[in-house]
Design a protein around this ligand. Sequence first.
Ligand code: NAD
Length: 502
Amino acid sequence: MNTKIERSALDAIGAESRRFIESSKGHYINGRWHRLGETFAIIDPSTELQIGQLYEADADTVEQAVAAASAAFEEGSAWRTIVPCEREILLHKLADAIAADRDTLADLIAIDLGLPKSAALAFEVAKVIDVFRYYAGFPSKITGETLDIDRAMGDAEFFAYTTHEPVGVVGAILPWNAPLLVGAWKIAPALAAGCTLVVKPAEDVSLVILRLAELASNAGLPDGVLNVVTGCGAVTGQALIENSGIDKFAFTGSTDIGKRIYKAAADRLVRVSLELGGKNPVIVLPDVDINAIAPALCMAAFANSGQICVSGSKVMAHASIAKDLVKAMASFAETLVPGSPFDTDTIMGPVCSKKQFDRVMAYIRQGEEEGTLVVAQQPPTSPGFFISPTIITELPPQSKLLHEEIFGPVITVETWTDERDVIQQVNRSAYGLCATIWGNHHGNVQRLAKRLRTGTVFINSPAFPPANIPTGGFRQSGVGRDLGRKGLEGFLEPKSVIARIN
Ligand code: NAD
């Protein structure tokens, strides 16, 4: 891999995007850049070239960020005591700033993650604006209850009420696959609740969250309310989860790291929400219109090169239609040729990193040995971590490809004849993030939806997370929910006030 900073890799992006990448940023703490720690490379996955560098925060730098967030929460014009309408206005201003900066944000996502710029605009930046606008409506509507209570002590008369208070300083740890959107899922509700944050983006895709922090300051968020520290999980992430100033961890990422954070949280009973991995079944009933749904089934798994937590990568087709369905999916998949994220007709870019490329290719090689590759894997002819869409059939039931999250452009297809077996398989899976059902008989579809034990069930649509619907998983797919009102509640602590009034 070339590690010299390669200006030519930056030619495809706008002047402001290029200026931002080339500027010497650092960690964003208390409204200023801090260049502290060892540097690490930013790699463009389409060219494998280094385009810039970032700094790795150690425990001292993380402590500075947590102290800034604590001060912004507790002291002076503390964020939690700013009147709700003012918080709403600032969240709307931030949404406006994101909208005005959409081109730069999409450039940063495309060059850092490899997501086609058109998709970055439509599925990341546009959705992020929705999330900020949705949560901007909440601060003035966070309510409690007033209650009459028993005269517990003789004649004593009481008046009682409940409130919902911000949980405090949030440590948000983010994945690389939807770097801005998943960031918004934590940052917007936390700010609406009155919390302050230290955010750690994934080391492979950090640029866009740094840009968001700067936009937030420009929009008027007080210093210290939104801080960002960059660095790898083992150093910066670990320092964040060991820092005693954090009141809540809001994590999205792999189940393995989620468990580690859960354990760290348990030691101090820190609040926690975990959005983790998924192995999401796509159940196809025998009465579907095969040619109509095949492209949607493919895009549900190949969009963002399959690097989506709710990716529909495990197709479970009724045996009577499986052969024709695979044929229709294969002929669509063959039209998807991965290309540069900056070509306007690119639908699939590279996967995010060399590590991810090697991981996904190892699964594909195993699939080739154990089953049948229906859409053949093209060897890469140019630099870049490109993997073409892959469909694998006839895998043995115990194959790990059917049970583990591959997180690449790979669909496995299994067949079934008895609905009860499908339900049992889905409900016994370690994961329970989401399921999709395709079928036309209302009763059959709804019966399945009722019996499946997953956080979300999509019917006749690829999976997508709307801002006002809670998203999260059963079993090892997570704890708590992001988005919707539930996503806000995770950043609030209920408090009861009981006053004697006689
Ligand atoms: P990951 O678990 O490897 O990393 C996630 C974050 O945790 C990164 O910022 C990383 O630096 C940090 N981290 C790593 N080790 C750490 C440690 N010891 N202490 C603290 N932090 C540490 O996951 P990833 O590869 O970045 O993301 C892909 C995963 O995220 C997939 O499993 C995907 O399904 C999941 N995901 C889930 C959802 C959801 O809503 N359920 C959404 C998006 C992604």
